[in-house]
Ligand binder design. Structure first.
Ligand SMILES: [Zn+2]
Ligand SMILES: [Zn+2]
Length: 565
């Protein structure tokens, strides 16, 4: 270890590690790294809210710290393109327009998000490649290829005047990745040999012993479905799972089935990956969605987005038989090739019940053998990275507190080979390093920003404030719908009760029309959808919101109430 600091000039400035999100909580990963006056940011993610955050669509970290220090922020560095790492970018850019660095695929996904927000023109996107180095102020950043459930993912080796910081991003150590792009363990080990000041490493799967299975392990299980499905095969997976989509395309070619992609995100990401040469589409294998039902059932596979039971997703709509291109028929096989993200259980089980009711043979991720493997490394992989990097200081990242704590335990054996200290930081708690050592630093303001409908002008401080503001300014609207338990039909015209929403209370015409809007939503829904309160509440809320915003330019809090009579 003697040569560790040999090349470093002594410095009076301190290095600060400032987690803005993703430590002590699941999702919305973002971290600022500051040396003296210069700041770089690693990732700017989002999380999907819990059910209790009713009406809120997106949650992002509070970027106030960066806004307050905007003249010091040199750039945003992206590890990969998952939503929990890039989903907050439009909201960050609205506060400060920093240059963004990421791999081509990651940036293509970012571009799509920015386009939705009409922010692409001003954005400064810079493509980087694994193996390249980028100089930003006092930082020199090397991009190191890692394996994960997504393609084009990198870890970062950030050289600072005080030493090297290794940030793993999300990773698993897949010895046989489907694209044959191996985890660059060699470079990581090289840094380890030369001496690493601080390791920041993914803790998501620290609870799982052993090794995470290779993505390749999914192929024979999916192949089994291709072989034994007598009719249509319908597979739902994350649209970002490019590895898995490649496996499905290859199997389809081999087994003489055509592939139709369903869902907005599924179509967009497959197109992006294909354009960048990351997804190989065999000749003649693609089928237009509208041709699905007219093709011989055992000659097709439909790949559908919406594994988490999101009410408006393609899979949810297929499940309640309300998708224009696909109807599940008895004997079809429906495979959910994804994990259940905690918090989504209810929505997913509800969707599964609908699918089963259609007479489909349902296969899902947790079955044995599973048709899904995780993209995050288990304990032995985390240990491998710890052993290769051999940092002086260690901060577990990406996880709830219990996972961070367990990851810290996993690193304890390294105290014999130079590990001096491990810090359990939660978002907002900072770490300070100078030439004397590392210690906890001041806390910075962090928090969650809840956003309605993903638009920038609907940013709200938190739920309580949001509700209060809504109630005080725009009031609330309660559509009350009585549905006959047996027939699934609406009993009479829906009632609408409102408080503080003057637009409705002062104009009977708008009120009458609003009732018609709700009725129309009900009538345009299938009998099965009408029995699903979650789906109906979301549809009524969306339709009524659109109508009221257009008529009144106000946004009251809308809480549909469905009564079974
Ligand atoms: Zn990820
Ligand atoms: Zn992640």
């Amino acid at each position: 270890m003697a040569d560790r600091q040999a090349s470093d000039k002594p410095s009076d400035k301190k290095l600060q590690i400032i987690p803005l999100g993703g430590l002590g909580e699941f999702g919305m990963n973002s971290m600022a790294i500051r040396y003296g006056e210069d700041i770089i940011v690693v990732d700017a993610g989002m999380m999907f809210p819990d059910a209790e955050l009713m009406g809120v669509d997106i949650v992002t970290p509070d970027f106030t710290y960066l806004e307050q220090n905007s003249e010091h922020v040199r750039g945003l560095i992206l590890t990969h393109g998952h939503e929990d790492h890039i989903g907050g970018i439009p909201f960050l850019l609205a506060q400060l327009n920093v240059p963004i660095y990421g791999t081509a695929f990651t940036l293509a996904l970012v571009e799509r998000r920015l386009e939705e927000h009409e922010m692409l023109d001003e954005a400064r996107l810079n493509i980087v490649k694994p193996g390249e180095k980028l100089a930003l102020g006092p930082f020199s950043i090397e991009f190191i290829h890692v394996t994960h459930s997504l393609v084009s993912c990198v870890a970062l080796a950030i050289t600072t005047p005080l030493g090297v910081i290794v940030h793993t991003g999300d990773f698993k150590v897949d010895p046989t990745p489907t694209d044959n792009q191996l985890f660059d363990l060699h470079t990581l080990a090289e840094y380890g040999k030369r001496g690493v000041l601080l390791l920041l490493s993914d803790s998501t799967n620290v609870d799982r012993p052993g090794y995470t299975e290779s993505e390749r392990a999914v192929a024979p299980r999916l192949e089994d479905l291709f072989v034994r499905s007598p009719r249509r095969l319908i597979i739902s997976c994350f649209s970002s799972s490019i590895h898995r989509l490649q496996t499905i395309l290859d199997l389809a070619e081999e087994h003489g089935r055509k592939v139709a992609f369903l869902g907005r995100s599924m179509m967009a990401t497959t197109e992006i990956a294909h354009d960048l040469g990351l997804l190989r589409v065999p000749n003649g294998v693609l089928l237009r969605p509208q041709d699905l039902m007219s093709t011989t059932p055992n000659k097709v596979v439909a790949v559908v987005s919406g594994t988490q039971g999101e009410p408006m997703s393609a899979m949810s709509r297929v499940a309640v038989d309300n998708h224009k291109s696909l109807t599940i028929q008895p004997g079809d096989v429906v495979a959910l090739s994804a994990r259940i993200i905690p918090g989504n259980e209810k929505a997913i089980y509800r969707m599964m019940n609908h699918i089963a009711r259609r007479g489909a043979d349902l296969v899902y991720g947790t079955m044995n053998p599973p048709i899904h493997v995780s993209g995050h490394g288990s304990a032995e992989e985390l240990r491998l990275v710890l052993n290769l990097v051999r940092p002086r200081y260690f901060v577990p990242i990406h996880g709830e507190y219990r996972q961070l704590a367990r990851h810290a335990q996993l690193a304890q054996h390294l105290s014999h080979v130079g590990l001096q200290d491990t810090f359990l930081l939660e978002s907002g708690a900072t770490l300070e390093i100078d030439r004397h050592g590392a210690r906890r630093g001041e806390t910075v303001p962090v928090g969650r920003i809840c956003i309605d409908s993903g638009t920038l002008d609907e940013v709200v401080e938190d739920m309580v404030i949001r509700d209060r503001r809504h109630l005080s300014e725009d009031g609330f609207v309660l559509p009350i719908i009585a549905i006959d338990k047996n027939t699934g039909r609406c009993e009479g015209l829906p009632e609408i009760v409102s408080r503080g929403f003057m637009a409705l209370e002062d104009s009977p015409e708008v009120l009458q029309e609003a009732r018609q809007v709700v009725l129309k939503t009900l009538e345009n829904s299938s009998a099965e959808e009408r029995t699903d309160w979650g789906v109906m509440q979301e549809k009524i809320r969306a339709d009524l919101k659109r109508y009221l915003t257009k008529q009144t330019q106000r946004r009251p809090l809308i809480m549909p109430v469905i009564l079974e009579v």
